[in-house]
Design a protein around this ligand. Sequence first.
Ligand code: JCQ
Length: 250
Amino acid sequence: MRITFETLFPDLVLPWTREALVGRAVAAGLLDLRVHDLRRFAGNRTNRVDDAPYGGGAGMVIRADVAARAIDEARAAEPPADEVVLLSPAGEPLTQRLVERFATYRHLTLLCGRYEGFDARVERLVDREVSLADVVLMGGELAALSVAEATVRLLPGVLGDAESHRQDSFSSGLLDYPEYTRPALYRGLRVPDVLRSGDHARVAAWRREQALRRTVRRRPDLLGAAPLDEAERREAAALLAEPDGVDADA
Ligand code: JCQ
């Protein structure tokens, strides 16, 4: 898969491309990363990519023609970009489901804005606007890197067997169950006995229960879309009805 970053700050993106698992995926030919400096598309000798906003006000706006040339290049590339995605707080929220879609693409282009953003006409030239979270960053780069990292770890061969097995847990629609390692007693806190019992069926049932409890307590908004069986639905409803703090484990 190819992922192209269009950015005014390539130096922010480049170290990630060399990071352990990502660098290995690139070396193995599973991943083709391109980091393009948007300033290449300034199209003037001053190298300016931004201009003052119509209507006045503080800050600068990245010109539409600069983004347009970057987008045209992405669409003319081989393979052509399956999607050009603009990172912006005004985008649709990033989800695992969206990332699963990106991971099926041959070429994903991520367009990173800075300053006050792009000329609004750029929205019409991209396929999608995506937001990492309801926060405002100084630029789209860290959001783009998050999209890229979430996508890359889904590509076959990028994670080892053990790690890919673990990634199934978010697809359960629930938060992860808690994990423990030695020692069994640390600062007065004990590892639950069931995890040391060697009874794999009981361990699996306990983990599922913990995932359900944590999700009810911390992210009840996820329950609607989580694939739960009848008994789990009833349990989730009962836990939701309990006042906070009744269950110290959750
Ligand atoms: C991305 N969540 C937050 C800030 C405008 C392109 O327009 C703008 C882009 C940014 C940088 O991105 C974010 C962001 N996802 O802040 C303002």
